[in-house]
Design a protein around this ligand. Sequence first.
Ligand SMILES: C[S@@+](CC[C@H](N)C(=O)[O-])C[C@H]1O[C@@H](n2cnc3c(N)ncnc32)[C@H](O)[C@@H]1O
Length: 270
Amino acid sequence: MTEEAPQGVDPHIPNAARMYDYFLGGKDNFKADRDLGDMVLSVLPEVREGTRENRAMIGRVVQYLCDQGITQFLDLGSGLPAQENVHEVVLGRTPDARVVYVDNDPVVAAHGRALLANPNRVAMVLGDMRRPEEILSDPAVRALLDFDRPVAVLMMFILHLIPEEDEPHRFVAAYRDALAPGSYLALSHVSNDVATERVMKVSEFYKQANAAFTPRPGEEIGAFFGDFELIPPGLVNGLGPHGWPFDPDHPLPIDEDFARMAYAGIGRKP
Ligand SMILES: C[S@@+](CC[C@H](N)C(=O)[O-])C[C@H]1O[C@@H](n2cnc3c(N)ncnc32)[C@H](O)[C@@H]1O
């Protein structure tokens, strides 16, 4: 992205989507995003590796879901296009599948739309996931996804950008309720169970950004699954080789705090 911002975008307010892009080594970010990103990295240098590991985990999660016969995906808080995007993994395995991305950031939506070559299979919707009724009735969502059949809803590295006052447990339940039996919810979420002081310092930094960084304890992250059945090995506390699906034979990395900084899991609607 050039330093000239598109209309309606304030390049001076650090933006969570563009900071994430910066952490991933992308180019869709402005100086304000990089400056705050550098402050985050000064406290939690592991963030760069953590974001990359999250992306790798998304690939594993989506492959698992394809293997279960899932052909419909709703990716909420999808982020700027990166390597190995969900639709690329999905369509690579299941060519007749459908993927709808939702993000509330206009820059993300514009970049996403520019990349999507197959409107019969993939759509990018500009929308706020905190309003499930709107998302689930959106014409572009309805055009591609049939909610009478199983759908996989992805909420990867997004719910920790939603503060308590936005009632994330309430609106996540609304998505769960709208799904047919055999549907899945997959999520990854930064935790404050480890490195608590450093993680909370990052929350302070994000007050300058357009999103509130709200890491949660594992127990609260697990509650997002409601009565969905967790797929073994369950809610996994780890990233990288310790991310979902946890490989018990893999030795713990030297920095155990880093490995434990996020949780991820997949739940299935009974
Ligand atoms: C950290 S990125 C994660 C991207 C991707 N899911 C991943 O795990 O790589 C979070 C994304 O959620 C988006 N986002 C934040 N709040 C949102 C909301 N209320 N509704 C939809 N998207 C939101 C941001 O714009 C950003 O692109």
